[in-house]
Design a protein around this ligand. Structure first.
Ligand code: AP5
Length: 221
């Protein structure tokens, strides 16, 4: 896929924690045949492997609901987008989250023959996102994502895909969720206006069902 001018198209999924960015970015990236780069997943993988930067990111920032510092994040993203699978375009999920991460993309994409195509901004009332997070369970092995009410696993507590025991993410506990929502408002929400001013933003009401939201995103082109 290209952005209409021969350059690979890049899509950003932006929105508060728990709104469904990961769920929709995964569907969208498969439909478009583009790599899905979820910075939260990359950090959790590094933490699980026990690398020093991964452990530091989890213990010092993620488990407290804070953002990982830009310096660490930009190094990770820079290495990831240098891989060949990004030549045709990218679906970012949870990146950028700060003004300086957005500035980084402005330089890094054209340098790699890529072009920011559209920003899918998913929004829903706070009670909806809190409910989604409090009942989310994830597979630490294959990353499958469940919801105790909407998408429960066939066997309680066990991943349908790979049989691993599901976990409740440390940062999905209520106190940390509240902090993540605050951090989103303080650090990330301003990006909505930034991309709106550039006519790149497409607003999606993410309070409905997965299929309804998917169709709204698809209609954005
Ligand atoms: P990250 O993993 O990116 O967390 P997040 O942005 O807070 O997003 P979530 O993964 O919590 O939610 P989501 O919107 O993807 O929703 P999901 O599809 O899972 O980041 C975690 C941490 O890493 C950050 O706090 C930060 O510390 C660090 N980090 C990451 N990126 C960073 C960056 N760029 N800079 C600095 N630090 C960074 O859905 C949620 C639940 O709802 C699931 O159970 C799902 O099954 C269910 N669901 C989804 N859609 C629907 C629907 N339509 N109806 C009903 N249920 C639904």
């Amino acid at each position: 896929m290209d952005g209409g001018d021969g350059r690979g198209g890049v899509f950003l999924f932006l929105g508060p924690p728990g709104v469904g960015k990961g769920t929709q970015a995964s569907i969208f990236s498969k439909a478009r045949g583009l790599p899905h780069i979820a910075t939260g997943d990359i950090l959790r993988d590094a933490a699980r492997r026990g690398t020093p930067p991964g452990r530091e990111a989890k213990e010092q920032y993620m488990d407290r609901g804070n953002l990982v510092p830009d310096k660490i994040m930009l190094k990770i993203v820079n290495e990831r987008i240098d891989r060949d699978d990004c030549d045709a375009g990218i679906v970012f999920d949870g990146f950028p989250r700060t003004r300086s991460q957005a500035n980084y993309l402005d330089g890094a994409l054209p340098n790699r023959g890529l072009r920011l195509e559209r920003v899918l901004y998913l929004d829903a009332p706070e009670d909806v996102v809190v409910e989604r997070l409090s009942k989310r369970r994830v597979c630490p092995s294959c990353r499958a994502n469940y919801h105790l009410r909407h998408f429960p696993p066939r066997k309680e507590g066990v991943c349908d895909r790979c049989g691993t025991d599901l976990i409740w993410r440390d940062d999905d506990h209520p106190e940390t969720v509240r902090e993540r929502l605050k951090v989103y408002e303080n650090e990330t929400a301003e990006l909505v206006q930034l991309y709106e001013e550039r006519s790149l933003l497409f607003r999606v009401d993410a309070s409905g069902g997965v299929e309804e939201i998917r169709a709204a995103i698809e209609a954005a082109g």
